[in-house]
Design a protein around this ligand. Structure first.
Ligand SMILES: C[S@@+](CC[C@H](N)C(=O)[O-])C[C@H]1O[C@@H](n2cnc3c(N)ncnc32)[C@H](O)[C@@H]1O
Length: 189
């Protein structure tokens, strides 16, 4: 069976991220991915979660507390500033990252991810990530501004050197209403 977008996202991370790794949730939102990542890296690993909205920070912290997760640091700042929040010992164990693009579900859709900061963050993460580490982006693009971010991201991904990275595009092209798709970048050996 072909895996759906959420399942395939988790599958990619499960295949690449190791226990004890550091990982980044670049867009915490309601904290679903953050919680998933805390379980994936285990008690010796660590998750750094970023979001620019108070509501997202609160929702994510609440979800982690409910699940008694204590291996995550949640930061209210743009993912493009990730480097300023991560100690060197954690940065050297960076095994992966996830971006869920678009707007906070249940919010007013006025705060959206933008290609400038998304690409800046991806670039920085790729330069610090371990070999075989993976960055997974779930691209929601049906909202206002989404198409621009999608086009610029896809253009950027095409330019990544194939000797250094495997770049994947995964989606269901016959679905209606702008379905989300996955872009994933794996750092090669
Ligand atoms: C689609 S939602 C994420 C959903 C989340 N993965 C979940 O499990 O609920 C996108 C989030 O990105 C956040 N965001 C937008 N620009 C950002 C930026 N520059 N840095 C970090 N987060 C950002 C928004 O505030 C929003 O909460």
């Amino acid at each position: 069976m072909l895996k759906g977008i959420l399942n395939f996202t988790h599958h990619l991370l499960e295949e690449s991220v190791e226990k004890g790794d550091t990982v980044i949730d670049a867009t915490c939102g309601n904290g679903h991915d953050t919680l998933f990542l805390t379980k994936l890296v285990g008690e010796n690993g660590h998750v750094f979660g970023f979001d620019i909205q108070d509501q997202a920070i609160t929702n994510t912290k609440n979800r982690l507390a409910l699940n008694k997760s204590n291996n995550a640091t949640i930061i209210k700042d743009s993912h493009s500033n990730f480097i300023h929040h991560m100690p060197v010992d954690k940065l050297t164990r960076l095994g992966g990252a996830i971006f869920n693009l678009g707007y906070l579900p249940g919010s007013d859709k006025s705060v959206i991810t933008r290609s400038e900061s998304t690409i800046l963050a991806v670039e920085g993460i790729l330069s610090h990530m371990k070999q075989n580490g993976i960055v997974v982006l779930v691209v929601y693009h049906g909202h206002e501004g989404g198409e621009t971010e999608k086009e610029q991201l896809v253009r950027y991904m095409h330019l990544l050197d194939q000797k250094l990275f495997h770049v994947l595009y995964y989606g269901f092209i016959n679905q209606k209403n702008d379905p989300p798709f996955i872009l994933a970048i794996q750092k090669r050996n």
